[in-house]
Design a protein around this ligand. Structure first.
Ligand code: ADE
Length: 418
């Protein structure tokens, strides 16, 4: 079997960590049990480009249990957990191409290795696989039933492809499922980004000024967690509606030019480029700590900082300290790449349970219905979203009420009024 991982000797440790993750993924486990019986993915080649974490390991096992010939590469050069990659290869027989810290050439080489296996379904987190197919490997298109997409940034890219008429197969936007973005983007990013910042720096959040750029689902989660830990939270936004929400959620809202002067921590989660630029960094305090939790490393202009700084050293693991000409020290975590995966372990398993249940069921949907679908971006079917929410509640032992027949009638009628 072909693969490229850092060290197969790490497999035992990876297996233990995957077992730990699996315990918090009851919905995905129940899907795996059904997949084992029904084999809905029998013979289907699935090429996945996801963060190579223990939770992704459980997803890959689930796809394999469903009969898929699944393979995996990293969707980010810094997010790979090398022990997990090793256990998938050694103990699960799944080809993995991912090494934490891989350079750009290796990253794209790993993508190409997945595509060389001629997938029938591609599973993306950021749309790099689909982009590679549509630009470099058009020969693979006839074999592709469709694709799934994990994240907001990827869905935006794919919608742009559909808009430009270049998308050549259907895509299911897993990110758009309610059981994905309400939980993964909000509670997942909220907790794991703070986790990454703390593991990297071991600094106290309480009493600090914590600047969150972007008040989408991820920004909401992050602001609420930073506030819960005692930070005074400042939000920067470009869109009036989320800016207003942030104000009414009790946060100070101001332009980055003002926030730059007062922030102790900065974390970008906008999905756009150039959010923290040199003009902002020039205004920051000595010791300001900058990180990003948006998908790509474009939100902080690290290249400009590299140029402007007179010195740089890695003061802690994946923590770069830049010394500016005026003596101020500016700290960047993980080179501006996803802080929650670079210096922590990504979202906790319990939220990835729902995200990856959506992935597994989206793959099954593509196998069943892909041939009838058009070359556009689809939402996850509502019944799947509802079923995942129901199963998650059940696994948590939470019961809810059901509508009485009178209530059902009331909700579907217009005659009852004042
Ligand atoms: N994205 C964010 N957290 C993740 C995790 N734990 N596994 C896979 N993808 C992720």
């Amino acid at each position: 079997m072909d693969f490229d991982v850092k060290d197969k000797e790490l497999a035992a440790q990876g297996a233990l960590r995957m077992e730990w993750a699996e315990r918090s993924m009851p919905v995905l486990n129940s899907i795996r049990e059904r997949f084992e019986r029904e084999k809905p993915l029998k013979g289907v080649r699935i090429g996945a480009c996801l963060h190579v974490t223990t939770e992704t390991g459980v997803l890959m096992k689930t796809l394999a249990a469903g009969g898929a010939d699944a393979s995996l590469c990293a969707s980010n050069p810094l997010s790979t957990q090398d022990d997990l990659a090793a256990t998938l290869v050694v103990n699960e027989g799944i080809p993995v191409y991912a090494i934490k810290g891989e350079d750009r050439d290796t990253y794209f080489g790993h993508l190409r290795a997945i595509l060389d296996r001629s997938p029938n379904i591609t599973m993306d987190d950021g749309a790099d696989l689909v982009t590679e197919v549509l630009t470099e490997r058009k020969d693979l298109i006839p074999e592709i039933i469709g694709s799934t997409e994990e994240t907001t940034t990827g869905v935006i890219r794919l919608r742009a492809m559909a808009q430009d008429g270049v998308l050549q197969f259907p895509v299911i936007a897993v990110n758009d499922a309610n059981t994905k973005h309400f939980f993964d983007n909000r509670y997942g990013t909220g907790q794991s980004s703070i986790d990454g910042i703390i593991r990297a720096t071991n600094r106290l959040i309480a009493g600090s000024v914590f600047v969150v750029s972007g008040y989408g689902w991820c920004g909401k989660g992050l602001a609420s967690r930073a506030s819960g830990m005692g930070a005074s939270v400042v939000v920067t936004e470009v869109d009036p509606l989320p800016a207003l929400e942030a104000v009414m959620d009790g946060f100070r809202v101001m332009p980055m030019a003002d926030a730059a002067k007062i922030g102790d921590f900065f974390c970008t989660v906008t999905g756009d480029k150039g959010v923290i630029r040199m003009e902002h960094i020039d205004a920051m305090k000595d010791g300001a700590i900058i990180s990003n939790s948006g998908h790509f490393d474009v939100e902080i202009d690290v290249a400009a900082l590299e140029k402007a700084a007179k010195g740089k050293r890695e003061i802690r693991f994946l923590v770069d300290e830049y010394t500016m000409k005026d003596g101020r020290r500016i700290i960047v975590i993980g080179g501006g790449r996803l802080v929650n995966l670079a210096t922590a372990e990504g979202h906790p398993s319990s939220v990835m349970d729902m995200s990856f249940a959506n992935q597994a069921l989206a793959a099954e949907t593509l196998v069943k219905k892909g041939k009838e679908m058009e070359n556009k971006v689809y939402s996850v079917p509502q019944e799947i979203d509802d079923e995942i929410a129901r199963l998650k509640l059940e696994s948590m032992g939470v019961k809810i009420d059901t509508l009485t027949p009178e209530q059902e009638e009331y909700l579907s009628s217009w005659q009852f009024g004042t």
